[in-house]
Design a protein around this ligand. Structure first.
Ligand code: HEM
Ligand code: NAG
Ligand code: NAG
Ligand code: NAG
Ligand code: NAG
Ligand code: NAG
Ligand code: NAG
Ligand code: NAG
Ligand code: NAG
Ligand code: NAG
Ligand code: NAG
Length: 519
């Protein structure tokens, strides 16, 4: 079976999601911050776009490869012991026959640079699964974060086609799915892709175009697999293949006299069931792991804050991301002193200096968010009184009272001004970053280190971390009460947390990947 030409696969089953029970973002929250960026801003997740339009790869689709990777990662779960599940242990398991296929490693490589200190590869693989499904026109699946990466392989418990029905029922039971759910999840998964002759020569025995026998005659995520099974036209080699031993889909699909398969004949039911079960699949984690609530696009998000000494004051750069609505709100940023008084009673304030409209992801657009406006602020903060917290007022200029954006009533608190990342003194090079940090301590003897999270490795562990020691930077003499320390940071660093102890107090600051150098 050849794939038909790319058609109208983006007919969507499900659009708006309920914001009900959505994760609350209390700034700063590096996990939610990063996941929100990767879910909803393609800039931060180049891989999120690969699977769109059900893009082909290796005579299958990227989406099919990503979905299979996610299932095989989850399949190590044991509901009895509460171990395994979506934990990226798959990175240690590729040599197993059950994980054969060029798409497995290629998919992991797609995701290699996405993790950071707070976001594990398992979260990224789960995100790949939801992007795979929508990329081929399937339903929107709710996304939660917080998975924890394994440091070794899990058990070899991925089901294989030559196993009997009882084994498959037991496997899925261990993974947390009963027999009905097994039938549904296999039908959902095998909506995409197919079986490759090079990987399974004893299953794909006839020569097939492009070396792959697809599960269904349509490319997209839909229930053609169900219809073709029920009406006897299927070419799914796990149903009608000449090798009876490996007809696992037939044994599974017919295991309840086709009752469940018949229930999936409605495409609405199919989409609802698949969103639910693939959602459960990616949320299957070791019992020690707690996932966040569902992450929806935030109405207002503080992003890319930078505080550093500059010419006798503290430069404070901040961005408020607002969902683009077509109206042009006026946004004002306010802040309060850290010590003493300097600001008027209502706080110091400054208006937006720049509004940049940026793309949202395809997933965001399915949730009704077509783009974001980045309202940027460039404040000059009095050096002596400094800054303790900030907030915003958004005036929609429609007569309504200005809307206060204050971190859910808690204000946006800057917990210290002793240890700062200085983007102006830092320099960005092809090799990475020459990172300069300012320490409010004239002694010049502070020990400054950074925990650097390194990604992009094709060897396990694919994400690692290293501690970097900074040295006093002679090219930046002390200024504005700060002493400057420097260290090269690898281009493979996806984020850094800098640490220093000054006069007995430990300070730390998470420095994520930044939008634009030297802003
Ligand atoms: C008894 C359970 C299952 C068995 C025996 C099974 C077996 C297979 C086999 C033999 C292939 C061909 C792989 C290759 O040629 O490289 C395949 C592909 C695939 N499987 Fe399954 N599978 C099962 C369950 C699932 C589940 C639950 C999902 C996801 C929810 C899933 C998703 C996929 C996808 C998307 C592909 C296509 C990959 C591609 O085209 O690159 N499978 N499966
Ligand atoms: C799950 O763990 C239990 C208890 O250790 C064990 O008996 C069972 O075989 C495991 N199941 C699978 C599928 O590995
Ligand atoms: C599986 O669980 C679902 C939902 O709880 C239930 O409706 C279904 O009957 C169960 N199937 C089996 C075979 O136990
Ligand atoms: C895809 O199909 C073409 C044509 O049959 C074949 O030459 C090529 O090797 C296939 N590529 C992969 C990665 O299987
Ligand atoms: C079987 O189902 C497929 C998918 O819905 C459809 O395209 C095909 O025409 C059907 N064939 C028969 C013989 O009913
Ligand atoms: C059918 O598949 C099984 C399992 O892979 C294999 O052991 C057997 O040799 C195959 N039979 C034929 C005729 O290829
Ligand atoms: C289930 O459906 C398949 C495909 O149409 C058919 O071959 C099989 O006989 C059916 N089994 C039962 C028990 O109805
Ligand atoms: C937040 O800031 C406003 C304005 O300064 C202040 O009135 C309010 O008490 C602050 N809230 C908290 C929880 O600090
Ligand atoms: C640490 O102590 C030195 C010397 O007493 C002082 O100059 C400096 O301001 C102190 N730094 C902080 C952050 O308190
Ligand atoms: C910095 O670290 C070195 C080596 O660990 C230690 O000897 C020194 O006392 C530390 N200096 C300060 C100011 O903490
Ligand atoms: C912020 O304003 C300062 C002057 O107060 C200027 O030097 C700097 O370039 C501005 N930064 C940005 C990002 O516009």
């Amino acid at each position: 079976m050849r794939y038909p030409s790319l058609g109208a696969f983006l007919r969507l089953a499900s659009t708006a999601q309920l914001a009900f029970g959505a994760a609350v973002f209390n700034w700063p929250d590096p996990l939610l911050d990063t996941l929100d960026d990767q879910l909803y801003r393609p800039f931060f997740s180049p891989a999120s776009t690969f699977a769109l339009n059900c893009n082909p790869r290796d005579n299958s689709t990227i989406a099919a490869q990503w979905l299979r990777l996610a299932y095989h990662d989850m399949a190590t779960h044991n509901a009895t012991t509460g171990t395994g599940g979506m934990d990226a242990s798959i990175a240690f398991e590729f040599t197993r026959p059950q994980d054969v296929g060029v798409g497995m490693i290629e998919s992991l490589v797609d995701f290699l640079v996405a993790p950071n200190e707070y976001v594990g590869m398992a979260d990224v693989i789960a995100m790949g699964a939801i992007n795979a499904v929508i990329g081929c026109g399937g339903p929107v699946i709710p996304y939660r974060g917080g998975r924890v990466d394994a440091t070794e392989a899990g058990p070899a418990t991925v089901p294989e086609p030559q196993q009997d029905l009882a084994s498959h029922i037991a496997s899925f039971q261990a993974q947390g799915f009963n027999q009905t759910e097994m039938i549904m999840l296999v039908a959902c998964g095998h909506s995409l892709g197919g079986v490759r002759q090079v990987d399974f020569p004893l299953i794909v025995t006839d020569d097939v175009p492009a070396g792959i026998q697809t599960f269904a005659s349509t490319l997209g995520f839909d229930n053609t697999i169900v219809h073709e099974y029920l009406n006897g036209t299927t070419e799914n080699v796990l149903v009608v293949g000449s090798n009876v031993t490996t007809r696992s889909d037939l044994r599974i699909f017919s295991s309840d006299n086709n009752v469940t398969m018949q229930s999936l004949a409605s495409s609405d039911t199919f989409n609802t069931v698949c969103a639910d079960l693939i959602g459960r699949m990616i949320d299957t984690v070791p019992s020690t792991v707690t996932l966040t609530d569902v992450i929806e696009p935030l109405d207002y998000k503080v992003w890319n804050t930078l505080l550093f000494p500059q010419g006798g004051s503290l430069a404070f750069l901040a961005t408020l991301r607002i969902i683009h609505t077509g109206t042009n709100p006026t946004v004002t940023m306010f802040w309060k002193e850290r010590t003493g008084s300097f600001c008027p009673p209502q706080g110091c304030s400054i208006g937006t200096f720049q509004v940049t409209n940026v793309d949202s992801s395809f997933l965001a657009s399915l949730k009704g968010v077509d783009s974001f406006d980045l309202h940027s602020f460039n404040a000059s903060v009095d050096l002596t009184t400094s800054i303790s917290y900030f907030w915003f007022e958004v005036n929609h200029n429609d007569g309504s009272a200005p809307f206060v954006v204050d971190n859910n009533g808690k204000n946006y608190t800057i917990d210290q001004d002793v240890l700062l990342f200085d983007p102006r003194r830092s320099s960005f090079t092809i090799a990475g970053l020459e990172m300069v940090v300012g320490v409010k301590d004239p002694s010049g003897t502070t020990n400054v280190t950074a925990l650097s999270t390194l990604t992009g490795s094709t060897e396990v562990p694919v994400t690692s971390s290293t501690t970097i020691t900074f040295t006093l930077d002679p090219s930046w003499p002390p200024a504005d009460g700060y002493t400057f320390y420097t260290s090269p940071i690898s281009g493979k660093a996806s984020s850094n947390t800098i640490h220093a102890t000054v006069n007995g107090t430990a300070y730390s600051l998470w420095v994520p990947f930044l939008d634009a150098p030297g802003v």
